[in-house]
Design a protein around this ligand. Structure first.
Ligand code: HEC
Ligand code: HEC
Length: 259
């Protein structure tokens, strides 16, 4: 299985500790705190976050600090790993896909372990979040379809960053249409910035952009015309991405299929 091992993308740098690699994945790429930290001043990182409501569920980003009672301090590494990649709690119950475990299913064993190692280093915070409400009990969801041509590392990074859940056209059910609407934009985001619509990021839409333009939009949050991109586009987090990871994302963007 040497070939398979060699194909694993985005391995951490050899000198990097597992927890440092986990911090990078959690804070710069997946931005777990977007849902697991309550926005606003004085918030406690990862101690419980946004309420997400659809017709199928009303759930709150859980407390994922190591607090033994209100967080995940008593969960084993394996149990935390299963929650992240399979959406299953230690008691066997399933989570809604508000927790994007169907994306995180792509994680390599090493990167999943790195995320768990990082979560273990967080300060425990006692904070009871609201119990989830489900219209119907969640069932295991399939992993997301491979988005575009397999450009290896870029696809892996883009899946963890969930670029296409924001940048694909919402289907009839309001969920991003990752097939027909892949990368074509149209979802709107409301917040302190007003309402912004995620743009089309397929190659045709970005044809006039140089690689440097794309890089700048990701890490500085500035479009080629100088326009500042609104907060949903996570420039503050992406500014921490390694240059080789940004380059891989640019390659991935350039190869998104037009259909
Ligand atoms: C888009 C929002 C969102 C993102 C991003 C997100 N989560 Fe979650 N997560 C949730 C929600 C909501 C729940 C609760 C789901 C439910 O109750 O059905 C949850 C549940 C969990 C749980 C289970 C905890 C418990 O007590 O039940 C863990 C562990 C977890 N997330 C870890 C992570 C990690 C690690 C990341 C980043 C790699 C992450 N999450 C990214 C929304 C998110
Ligand atoms: C949480 C939702 C969200 C995520 C995740 C996200 N984006 Fe965006 N992105 C947006 C929104 C909204 C805008 C438009 C912001 C504005 O116009 O002010 C945007 C703008 C952009 C632009 C500028 C395009 C233009 O025409 O102005 C590019 C390029 C882009 N995103 C690529 C990406 C890539 C690559 C990823 C993954 C690494 C990603 N985005 C992740 C929401 C998101």
């Amino acid at each position: 299985m040497i070939a398979a091992a060699a194909a694993i993308p985005a391995a951490g740098h050899a000198e990097e500790t597992a927890a440092a690699r986990g911090a990078y994945l959690v804070d710069a790429l997946a931005i777990c705190g977007r849902c697991h930290t309550t926005p606003g001043p004085g918030n406690k990182p990862f101690a419980g976050g946004r309420v997400i409501e659809t017709s199928a569920y009303k759930v709150q980003g859980s407390n994922i600090t190591p607090d033994p009672e209100t967080g995940i301090g008593l969960w084993s590494d394996e149990q935390i790993g299963r929650a992240i990649t399979q959406g299953q709690r230690p008691d066997g119950s399933r989570m809604s896909t508000a927790m994007p475990y169907n994306f995180y299913a792509v994680l390599t064993d090493a990167d999943r372990a790195a995320i768990v190692a990082y979560l273990r280093t967080l300060a425990p915070v006692r904070n009871q979040t609201a119990a989830p409400l489900y219209a119907v009990a969640p069932v295991p969801a399939a992993g997301v379809p491979a988005s575009g041509q397999d450009t290896g590392r870029g696809l892996y990074l883009a899946t963890l960053a969930r670029c296409l859940s924001c940048h694909s056209t919402p289907g009839a059910d309001g969920e991003p249409d990752l097939v027909g609407g892949m990368g074509k934009g149209g979802a709107s985001f409301e917040g302190p910035w007003g309402v912004v619509v995620a743009p089309d990021i397929t190659p045709r839409a970005l044809a006039g952009w140089s690689d440097a333009d794309i890089r700048r939009s990701l890490v500085e949050g500035v479009a080629p015309d100088g326009r500042k991109l609104a907060a949903p586009m996570q420039a503050k987090a992406y500014a921490q991405l390694r240059p080789d990871d940004i380059a891989a994302l640019v390659v991935w963007l350039r190869r998104l299929p037009e259909n």
